[in-house]
Design a protein. Structure first.
Length: 785
DNA sequence: TTAGGATTCG
């Protein structure tokens, strides 16, 4: 059985090689060594014509490449086959086959210098007891296991195409070629009339060719899904551009695309109804796959949502669950891949009625879907996508939503405008192996499980609804009922705005009106600090100011004489960096006992803002202080005097008269102090500033329009104003609420009604007198929130 | 004709 065809099943040969044979590496082949029980395995890269030697003996030469040692400079060897074995092999062996040879004789290669192959060649013949095992991945001829019953199965009747290697391209020619995709832009709408796709190919000559392909029919552009795919182009025009060859579509251009995975079925993707695809072509694809596998760096499996990091560009294979228009230049895609992003992800606020997709599914998957905002040129394609389709989105950019305190970092997903780096969207067919795998995985996801693991955030902020009935009542309310409700004075009847505008102040009214617009549009700008004593409104200080004040406070080193008193224990250390900063932390005791960290109030000297924030996560509260000669004292009141959770508490500079820190010992004497900010403020002589929403609503009712101020700590939005600046979820929730109250881009007729109480009041100064209006005893309806 | 690879405004 000197020549044997082995059937390959799932990458392993059905008939194993004889067990006494051991694999030999090319590098270990040396003259004078015993290779009796060794075999050499590799892929055939060349086969020459069968010839007869001068003495009439048949002769066949092939070149074998050792795939396991491709990194070596010399990784191929000539194999010379003599006699009957030469004839047999010539019928069976084609380039691209994998063969194993044993029982060979090693001899010096006379051509080594010129062909750059191994210094020895192998000689095989039946007489010498040689054996050659031929592995064919090819399906059709595998029924014939044993030579000589083997029948050559293919007889070509199609026109013979000539394929030009990429290093032999000439300007002005129209050629056929094969290549491995090294880069590509999925088809996109060009600025002209056609779709465009840019594809960069490479082949074993290691020459690159960038092709710009145009077609009015997107289907006729190559269906490339990932780098490493293999393409065959027919009738591509070669021209020189910027000193390099480039390819461009010419009349009659046609393409086939193949999965580049070694061992995958060789099935062309094409829109051509008729195409030649024979054994020879199959071999080429298989050869290119193997070449690419060892010569190109093709990145591993694509990233899943669970792998996503705050800042990167990546390709995502996913299913479309929902989509919505956002504005003229951006569009929202809600997608999932069955894995959960390990970071909180942003939710793009959109109107419920603009969100397309199965509401129940959107709700069920709310913890697994991510919002991808696509821009500009991608909007048109995104709009046309069908819900449920499988997509690959190329070069999605993730970015951290806020650089503020590190714990509210949400991840945003953007598909920016343009086509750089192949940025774009491609619909994958259900037959795609990655889609099949994804589908199976999605089906295996236990939705009950992922709903259990939902964080408190999602239910509140998702923007979808808990059930269909909720959704319906929401829609109904938006159309008919008021999106706000009154918390008192239900007995009053409505007054028209026209009447209010012509009446004297002060008075109170119940009104029914529509919110035509509001200010500020950037909702975080609506947060102010309010002093209820002097009634002043202040901007919330910038986080950087806090850092500067803390830095300023480090000028005074902690005074060790103030450490460890009856009501606090102190620790102090010096940082290891060149600044040698001294930090002191004073743990406030209660009833002379240290408490659990989560119940403990700290005072800190010399810390940075970051360090203070870290401490607030573990401890009940942190008070930044500095040392004087005889006591600790609060910092400048531009800095928060207390930090609890994510909230900074400020005092009014005008109304506060700070008392010595030891005043706190009065609370510390309690057994279980609650450390309420109001209580701490009071003993420290601080007039606490409260966070408040200040907004101006322009209300209309058909009889007139008036501006009414909303002044709200938390009642109107059901959101504490103190928490909104540090909580992106709440910001989105508020944005959703405002979008319901005043849906962007809608005509006046389609705006929802608001029922409100307003009161008018007079503001007079030397120059003028004006009547103002303020909303009160009104709240956003529960089912709108 | 278009694009001719070469990220990040939103």
């Amino acid at each position: 059985m000197p020549v044997q065809l082995l059937k390959i099943i799932k990458g392993k040969s059905e008939t194993p090689l004889p067990s006494h044979l051991l694999k030999e590496d090319l590098i270990h082949l040396q003259e004078g060594f015993d290779h009796t029980n060794k075999y050499l395995q590799g892929i055939i890269t060349h086969s020459y014509s069968l010839t007869k030697l001068g003495d009439g003996v048949d002769f066949f030469k092939i070149v074998l490449q050792d795939l396991d040692n491709l990194c070596l400079q010399i990784n191929s060897i000539n194999i010379l086959i003599y006699g009957k074995m030469a004839k047999d092999c010539a019928k069976v062996i084609r380039h691209g086959d994998t063969v194993a040879v044993a029982g060979f004789k090693l001899a010096k290669s006379p051509t080594a210098e010129e062909d750059g192959r191994h210094g020895c060649h192998l000689e095989l013949s039946e007489e010498a007891g040689s054996a050659i095992y031929v592995h064919k991945i090819l399906g059709k001829c595998l029924n014939n296991i044993l030579f000589p019953n083997f029948i050559v199965p293919f007889q070509s009747v199609a026109p013979k195409y000539v394929y030009t290697p990429l290093n032999h391209l000439k300007d002005g020619t129209i050629v056929n070629l094969y290549g491995v995709v090294k880069f590509f832009k999925p088809p996109y709408v060009s600025k002209g009339t056609d779709y465009c796709s840019v594809v960069t190919l490479v082949d074993p000559s290691n020459v690159k060719l960038t092709c710009t392909l145009f077609s009015g029919n997107v289907e006729s552009l190559p269906k490339i899904y990932k780098v490493g795919d293999i393409v065959r182009f027919h009738r591509i025009k070669i021209s020189e551009y910027n000193g390099q060859m480039q390819g461009i579509t010419s009349g009659g251009f046609a393409s086939l695309t193949f999965d580049g995975t070694v061992g995958a079925p060789v099935v062309p993707r094409t829109c051509s109804k008729v195409y030649t695809f024979m054994d020879e072509e199959q071999k080429t694809v298989e050869y290119l796959r193997i070449w690419a596998a060892s010569n190109l760096s093709i990145s591993g499996p694509a990233a899943k949502l669970s792998d996503v990091q705050p800042t990167l560009f990546f390709d995502l294979t996913c299913q479309l669950v929902g989509k919505a228009k956002v504005d003229g230049s951006s569009f929202l895609l809600k997608v999932w891949d069955g894995t959960k992003c390990s970071y909180p992800t942003w939710k793009v606020p959109v109107e419920a009625r603009d969100l397309e997709g199965e509401k129940v599914l959107l709700h069920q998957l709310r913890n697994l879907t991510v919002d991808i905002l696509v821009y500009d040129n991608h909007v048109q394609l995104a709009k046309s996508l069908k819900i449920g389709s499988f997509l690959r989105i190329y070069s999605i950019h993730t970015k951290q939503a806020s650089a503020d305190s590190e714990d509210v970092s949400q991840i945003e997903f953007h598909l920016h405008g343009g086509t750089c780096y192949g940025r774009g969207i491609r619909v994958l067919p259900e037959s795609n192996p990655d889609v099949k795998q994804l589908k199976a995985f999605l089906e295996s996801v236990d939705l009950a499980d992922c709903q259990n693991m939902e964080s408190m955030s999602s239910l509140e902020l998702d923007g979808t609804f808990n059930s269909l009935s909720d959704l319906e009542s929401h829609l109904e309310r938006c159309q008919q009922l008021s999106v706000t409700v009154l918390t008192d004075h239900q007995d009053l009847s409505n007054t028209e705005l026209k009447t209010i505008l012509s009446s004297t102040a002060p008075q109170q009214y119940r009104i029914r009106a529509k919110l035509r617009t509001y200010k500020p549009q950037k909702l975080y700008q609506s947060i102010k600090l309010h002093c209820s004593k002097c009634n002043s409104l202040l901007e919330v200080p910038d986080g950087d100011d806090f850092d500067l004040i803390l830095q300023g406070a480090t000028v005074n080193a902690p005074n060790p004489e103030l450490h460890n008193t009856s009501w606090y224990d102190s620790v102090m250390w010096t940082t290891q960096d060149e600044k040698q900063r001294k930090i002191a932390i004073h743990f406030v005791k209660c009833d002379e006992m240290l408490q659990q960290p989560e119940d403990t109030l700290l005072m800190i000297e010399g810390g940075t803002a970051k360090e203070v924030w870290k401490l607030t996560k573990r401890f009940k509260g942190v008070i930044p202080v500095r040392s004087t000669e005889d006591d600790l004292e609060l910092l400048d009141l531009s800095a928060p005097f207390l930090l609890q959770g994510k909230i900074k508490y400020y005092g009014c500079k005008q109304c506060s008269t700070p008392k010595p820190i030891k005043s706190l010992s009065a609370i510390a004497a309690e057994q279980r102090p609650s450390w309420e900010p109001t209580e701490i403020a009071e003993v420290l002589g601080i007039e606490l500033l409260r966070y408040v929403f200040i907004m101006k609503f322009t209300l209309v009712d058909g009889t007139g329009a008036l501006n009414a101020y909303l002044f709200d700590y938390e009642k109107f939005f059901h959101i504490p104003a103190s928490e909104i600046l540090t909580n992106n979820f709440l910001q989105q929730k508020m944005q959703m609420t405002m979008n319901t109250l005043c849906p962007p881009g809608r005509k006046l007729d389609d705006l929802p009604w608001l029922e409100c109480f307003i009161k008018s009041y007079n503001v007079r100064d030397a120059m003028k007198h004006q009547v103002y209006y303020q909303i009160f005893d009104t709240t956003v309806a529960e089912d709108v929130v």
